[in-house]
Design a protein around this ligand. Structure first.
Ligand code: GLU
Length: 275
């Protein structure tokens, strides 16, 4: 059975980019006679708000989407992500990273060898780590690519199927030693997303091409956690009048504002290439 999902984060109101992503997954589920799930990726307690969550339901229903109940809200499943993290800790595949954001930025400014998030590091010497723990310093858990590579004997045999491209070999190096548990919440987007896709039986992950690198990281996490690998499809992004992709932070016009000024769901669907 074909199962796909749309997984927005309730950190702002949805715009046409979200509409396109949700409609793409929904149409694919419909075409395959499969299931469409909505999942709320709300682990970031400081940025997620109940009114954005309510607006997601309202805006997607307005667009004509239907999804299964109950909706999985990641904030209610932290224990499950924790269990996955514990398995990685037990296998010694993660390490504590005490670096602050500004320390990371300074390191990258000094040695610009890649994007911020392609960080590669190593555990601290045990005495220093013990001191920092005793001092109550907070830390993130990062995946050790070096350890994972040794355990698996390289990554090139980790393949996954990308619609429109075919079989692809995972290159988790693009993500570096990703954070799997943040300082403020004991999970991260990568860990929660991979655990949930498996737990919800997602067979097809359909999301924007901006998350193309995430698939490389997710394929590795699936191997390390013995989880199945779905098929991936990366759709194009909706661009604004300036030719840049729509983004919450650039104040892209929200679906609710379009609705308020009289735009209909049918018009939006047509403009985005549906119907
Ligand atoms: N919560 C993610 C976002 O809003 C979705 C990522 C995914 O579909 O895996 O970008």
């Amino acid at each position: 059975m074909f199962v796909t999902r749309f997984a927005p984060s309730p950190t702002g109101y949805l715009h046409k980019g979200h509409a396109y992503s949700g409609l793409t997954a929904y149409a694919a589920a419909r075409a395959a006679g499969g299931r469409f799930l909505l999942r709320l990726e709300d682990i970031d307690a400081t940025r997620c708000r109940p009114e954005y969550e309510a607006a997601i339901y309202e805006d997607l229903a307005w667009l004509g989407l239907e999804w299964e109940q109950p909706v999985r809200r990641q904030s209610e499943h932290l224990a499950e992500y924790d269990a996955a993290l514990e398995r990685l800790i037990a296998k010694d595949l993660v390490y504590r990273c005490f670096r602050t954001r500004s320390e990371l930025q300074n390191e990258f400014a000094a040695a610009p060898h890649g994007p911020m998030d392609a960080f590669r590091g190593a555990p601290l010497p045990p005495e220093e780590e013990a001191q920092r723990l005793a001092a109550g310093q907070s830390y993130a858990w990062r995946l050790s690519l070096a350890k994972a590579e040794t355990l698996l004997g390289g990554f090139s045999h980790l393949t996954y199927f990308v619609e429109g491209e075919g079989w692809t070999a995972a290159r988790p190096e693009v993500g570096g030693d990703v954070v799997l548990a943040r300082k403020d919440v004991r999970t991260s987007y990568h860990l929660a997303s991979v655990v949930d896709d498996a737990l919800q039986g997602v067979t097809h992950v359909i999301r924007g091409v901006d998350l193309i690198d995430a698939a490389h990281v997710h394929r590795l996490l699936q191997a390390l956690l013995d989880l199945p690998t779905p098929v991936y499809r990366h759709h194009s992004l909706v661009l604004g009048p300036d030719g840049k992709r729509l983004a919450k932070r650039d104040k892209a016009e929200t679906l609710r504002s379009l609705r308020e000024r009289g735009v209909t769901p049918a018009e939006i669907r047509r403009e985005l290439g549906f119907d």
